[in-house]
Design a protein around this ligand. Structure first.
Ligand code: FCB
Length: 449
């Protein structure tokens, strides 16, 4: 039930050109992990480590989207989506990360893209949503500078194969998140915790991004290219110098290390100093290539505090008690979203596509409650209202993709956390639109009138 005391936020009218979509990613939905030539990614390996993923879950089957994509595309059409953001699984196309191409993998995305286009839905592939081929990790992964060239080769393969039908391309999903979690804190694949490794990774991922932009541009000057960034304002837990300094460094790492380098051509100050030994002459120009849009994934404000136990000395602070929380405990504050949209408009001067925003909850096993997901409706309504206000106040926002189309494999949380607007019954693979899916479809419909 919606809170009767709380007036519903007003969603202002969006321009006709505004794009509405939904997002997913390959490892989280495809399944078919061992089918038709796909080789393991670092996430397949990570899931095998004891105790790393809740309930020992993995992406072997996930939502079986690899086989059920026609049904999923039909769902997107029923929702009235303009565009669909998905990711291409590198280890499905190039099982060893480079060299021998897996034709069955290439065919899969051909079928998916054609199916989307038949239903008038624009495909928005992202080239990297964390499922690095294990074979490349064995060669040092992102700590190896050669990765930039290997990523460029993989990008060329995709651009040549799909570029006749795909216009919008994203290089990476959430640069800062997978590098911090995977290579600094060790909480995500490939579970490394090492300062030098992390710094090299930041720089090489940036180089790979720049190389991919050049490849795409060279293939077709009409492509619309962007990178996807997690941007959440970082606030000090307490107003004391050590927490303020920690929040500052947290902000450099989480929010600035990648977009500042890619769009402004320099690293934020503290990272610039630390990363200097790995930067070669001409690198910043290789990283900073012209882009067409900025992908923003936004969920919640963050609180940082000094924590000497953590690798960079900053850690997660407590969320103020007065802030309401989502079903996974993330603070909810739509104002932080509109502030971020304004801040990013000013800082990077690119049209923003909100490429992820959504509400997660723990699955308590009550299917009826999952389908009547009023809390998700309330979240989406208040966040989309904040976005419409930001737009009216001058932020440059061109589209919005909800995370996620389907409940799916939520990384370390496994299948116990649901973010979908469509419910997935994992035992039967049945899809059922939740109240939030119906609400989102209505919103899109109203915007078209
Ligand atoms: C983002 C990820 C996405 C999903 C959501 C909930 O950080 O990009 O894959 O896990 O969070």
């Amino acid at each position: 039930m919606a809170n009767p005391k709380k007036p519903a936020e007003k969603i202002l009218k969006f321009p006709k050109s505004f794009r509405w979509g939904a997002s997913t990613s390959s490892y989280q939905i495809e399944g078919a992990a061992n089918e038709e030539g796909r080789a393991p990614s670092i996430w397949d390996r990570f899931c095998q480590l004891k105790g790393r993923v809740n309930h020992g879950h993995n992406g072997d089957v996930a939502c079986d989207h690899y086989h059920k994509y026609p049904e999923d595309v039909r769902l997107m059409q029923q929702l009235g989506l303009d565009c669909y953001r998905f990711s291409i699984a590198w280890p499905r196309l190039l099982p060893r990360g480079r060299g021998q191409v897996n034709l069955a993998g290439l065919d899969f995305y051909d079928r998916l893209i054609d199916c989307l286009l038949e239903k008038n839905i624009e495909p928005w592939p992202c080239l990297f949503h964390w499922d690095l081929p294990q074979a490349l990790d064995d060669l040092g992964g992102w700590s190896n500078r050669d990765m930039a060239g290997w990523f460029a080769d993989y990008t060329l393969l995709c651009a040549r194969r799909y570029g006749d039908r795909v216009k919008h391309w994203a290089s990476f999903n959430e640069f800062s998140v997978f590098t911090l979690f995977g290579y600094a804190w060790g909480w995500g694949a490939p579970s490394i915790s090492d300062r030098a490794y992390h710094l090299k990774t930041i720089h090489h991922v940036n180089l790979a991004h720049g190389a991919a932009v050049d490849v795409l541009r060279g293939q077709n000057a009409g492509f619309a290219i962007g990178g996807i960034h997690s941007y959440q304002p970082v606030r000090p837990q307490k107003n004391v110098p050590e927490d303020i300094a920690a929040a500052n460094l947290f902000n450099e790492h989480w929010n600035l290390a990648f977009p500042d380098a890619q769009i402004l051509g320099h690293y934020p100050p503290q990272i610039a100093e630390a990363i200097d030994p790995y930067v070669q002459a001409g690198d910043m120009a290789r990283i900073c290539r012209p882009l067409d849009w900025f992908g923003l994934n936004h969920y919640a404000p963050m609180y940082g505090r000094a924590d000497p136990e953590m690798i960079w000395g900053f850690g997660w602070g407590e969320v103020p008690a007065e802030l309401p929380r989502s079903g996974v405990g993330w603070p909810m504050q739509p104002q932080a979203f509109s502030d971020s949209l304004q801040e990013l408009t000013r800082r990077y001067r690119l049209p923003i596509y909100v490429t992820e925003n959504g509400y997660g909850n723990e699955d308590k096993g009550d299917k009826a409650a999952e389908l009547e997901d009023q809390a998700r409706v309330d979240y989406l309504r208040s966040y989309i209202a904040a976005m419409s206000q930001a737009l009216a106040d001058g932020a440059n926002i061109a589209g919005y993709f909800v995370w996620s189309l389907l409940d799916n494999f939520e990384w370390g949380a496994g299948y116990g956390t649901r973010f979908g607007i469509v419910y997935v019954d994992y035992a039967t693979q049945q899809r059922i639109p939740k109240a939030s899916a119906n609400w989102y479809a209505e919103l899109i419909k109203k915007q078209r009138k």
